[in-house]
Each structure stands twice: as structure tokens, then as C-alpha cells.
Design a protein around this ligand. Structure first.
Ligand SMILES: NC(=O)c1ccc[n+]([C@@H]2O[C@H](COP(=O)([O-])OP(=O)(O)OC[C@H]3O[C@@H](n4cnc5c(N)ncnc54)[C@H](OP(=O)(O)O)[C@@H]3O)[C@@H](O)[C@H]2O)c1
Length: 311
């Protein structure tokens, strides 16, 4: 019966519907269990009421047209948040917004190049216009940049990589914090990387940007902590299903003169779990850090890397 309860709970789709149904039988021993409600036929699975973790929240998620950002947007919407999507490719944003709407969630989007200040200003204003506020900001959008050694790295490309990750995270934080402070609540999550904590060849701008995001996370957390706002970071390891990761793998393999499969195998051998992470695994960590489940966690960077970095 307990098994059935859980299956029923998760099979129902939107959790919201469950809130109107009575809690009946749940628990590991008979003292925690009650009898089925008279309104249900005998043998009807019992129900655990699980409130949605982000009900009534508005989340602005950058880089949400595909990959990790898309997974975060989907999960947040499923947990009750209204999600505002932003990236440069309208077709991808429209597709994600449609998928979320078809699953019963709420999503709107605006195209934006995060390296441009007016675009960052625009998406915060547009999210407020559509949903009235921004409770959660997830700074996720970005690209890896050239796979070249420092002495060959074009300065303009270095600036772009810093701009899309670090500068945009700073700028968007600057734009949402006054509202969060006025309300006395809010959450910022910066998607950093294992590259901020480990040493890899040929990605100097990316590593610098991602390490900078950790400094930004701690500094903003220190300023915000007593104003009701939490700021954290996630450092994903190899999320090999995404476009960025596939392109990076191909570039690294080319430079190393090996196949993409060999490159990936070599990299994964340094991961304790011996496997890559999925975008959904990163999204679940993001949900934890953006919900009240993590109410005492701020200024932290959480490694979701299968066991590579240990600080
Ligand atoms: N995949 C990994 O192994 C891995 C590991 C550690 C950290 N991360 C981080 O996770 C985040 C998401 O990466 P992903 O792997 O999901 O890559 P992805 O599938 O390529 O997604 C990147 C997203 O960022 C958007 N983006 C890129 N440049 C942008 C710009 N200038 N302005 C606005 N949006 C921009 C992209 O959309 P448009 O191109 O349409 O703009 C896309 O929606 C990144 O910050 C990445 O550094 C990834």
C-alpha cells in the first residue's frame, strides 16, 4: 500500500491537484497509518500531500532555451514557479515556453544577449511586467569560448566569456537585489563550474569567469544574508548531453588528436562515479538551493560533479 501511495503521488502530474485531496495512509509502521477516507473506494491508493516547492514564486532563468537552463525551467515550473526564460535564440525559448504551458505551467520569454547591458535590463523589466516580481534569479546562460592556450587567446573572446558569465551575473544581481531587499526575500543561484575549482587546459577565460562567479556569490551573500536574500552557486561537472559540452568535447579531442569518445572516456575516468551528470541532476540541485529546503544555506558553492572537486 505504501508503494502504491508513492506511485500514485508521482503519477498524478501537477502536484497542485493533490492539495485538495486528504492525507490518509502513509508511513513505515502502523502507528503512522490511518484508515482510507470514506470518500474513496476500498483499496484506493492513499495520498501524501506534498506542497509544490516554488508555489507563487517567479523565477528568471537565463540560458533557458536548452541544456541545463531548460531543465531548471521545466523543474521550477513543475514545482509551481512562473518561469521567465531568456537567451538569444527565440525558437528555442518559444519551444520551452510551449512545453511548460502544455504541462500546465507558466512561462514567458524574451530574447537577450547577456553580454549587453540593455538586454539584461530588459529581461528583468520584462519578467516583472509579465509576472509582477522576481523572487529567484538563476544565472545560467553562457558559452565556453575558444579552446586555446592563454598566449593564443583573443582578447575580444576573453572579454565576451567574462561578460556572459561573470558580468551578466553581476548585472542581473544588481538589478534584482533592490526588489528582493525591499521584500525581505529572494534567491540568486549562480551556475558556475568544476572549471572554477580544477585545472584544465585551454579554457582560461571560462575558468576565470566561473571562479569569479564564486567570489561574486560569496560577496553578494555576505551583503544580502541579513536582508532575507540567499546567494549560492552550483559547480556542475561534465553534463555531456548539452550543446556546450558536446562542442567542447569535440574541440578538446581535436586539439589532443584523439577521438571524442576517447576524450570523454579519459575525462570520466577522473570522476568518482565514472559517469557524466545530466541536466536534470543539476536542476534538482538548483531546486534545492532555490527553495526553502535550503533555508540555512548561503554563500556556498555546491559541487554536482559526481565526485571530482572536494572543496
Ligand atoms: N555542460 C556542462 O558540462 C557544464 C558544466 C559546468 C557548467 N556548465 C554551465 O552551465 C550553463 C549552461 O550550459 P549548458 O551546458 O546547458 O549549455 P547549452 O546547452 O549550450 O546552453 C547554454 C544556454 O546559454 C545561452 N547563452 C549562451 N550565450 C548567451 C548569450 N550571450 N546571451 C544569452 N544567452 C546565452 C544559450 O542560448 P543562445 O545560444 O540561444 O543564446 C543556451 O540557452 C553554462 O553557464 C555553463 O557554463 C555546463
Amino acid at each position: 500500500m505504501q508503494q502504491l501511495s508513492k506511485i500514485f503521488l508521482y503519477g498524478i502530474g501537477r502536484r497542485e491537484t493533490l492539495e485538495y485531496l486528504p492525507l490518509q495512509q502513509y508511513g513505515n509502521n502502523s502507528s503512522e497509518a490511518t484508515q482510507p477516507a470514506p470518500c474513496f473506494p476500498a483499496g484506493f491508493p492513499s495520498i501524501l500531500i506534498v506542497p509544490m516547492l516554488l508555489k507563487n514564486q517567479v523565477a528568471l532563468v537565463t540560458g533557458s532555451g536548452r541544456g541545463i537552463g531548460r531543465a531548471v525551467a521545466h523543474l521550477f515550473a513543475k514545482e509551481g514557479a512562473a518561469v521567465f526564460l531568456a537567451a538569444r535564440t527565440e525558437k528555442e525559448l518559444a519551444a520551452v515556453a510551449k512545453e511548460i504551458a502544455e504541462s500546465g505551467g507558466r512561462a514567458e520569454y524574451a530574447t537577450a544577449d547577456l553580454t549587453q547591458e540593455p538586454a539584461c535590463t530588459h529581461i528583468v523589466a520584462a519578467a516583472r511586467e509579465k509576472f509582477g516580481k522576481v523572487d529567484i534569479l538563476v544565472n545560467n546562460g553562457g558559452h565556453y569560448g575558444p579552446v586555446v592556450p592563454v598566449e593564443e587567446y583573443p582578447l575580444a573572446e576573453f572579454d565576451k566569456v567574462i561578460a556572459v558569465h561573470l558580468r551578466a551575473a553581476f548585472l542581473l544581481s544588481k538589478l534584482v537585489l533592490p526588489e528582493m531587499y525591499a521584500r525581505g526575500s529572494g534567491i540568486i543561484l549562480n551556475i558556475s563550474s568544476l572549471s572554477a575549482k580544477a585545472a584544465y587546459l585551454w579554457g582560461s577565460a571560462y575558468a576565470a569567469a566561473k571562479a569569479g562567479m564564486l567570489g561574486l556569490t560569496r560577496s553578494t551573500a555576505a551583503e544580502a544574508a541579513q536582508k532575507g536574500v540567499r546567494v549560492n552557486a552550483i559547480c556542475p561537472g561534465p553534463v555531456t548531453g548539452t550543446r556546450m559540452s558536446k562542442e567542447l568535447g569535440a574541440d578538446l579531442a581535436k586539439r589532443l588528436g584523439i577521438s571524442a569518445e576517447e576524450q570523454l572516456k579519459g575525462f570520466l575516468s577522473s570522476v568518482l562515479q565514472g559517469r557524466a551528470q545530466t541536466a536534470e541532476e543539476i536542476a534538482r540541485a538548483a531546486l534545492f538551493l532555490c527553495s526553502e529546503q535550503s533555508s540555512a544555506i548561503t554563500g556556498q558553492s555546491i559541487n554536482v560533479d559526481g565526485g571530482v572537486a572536494f572543496y
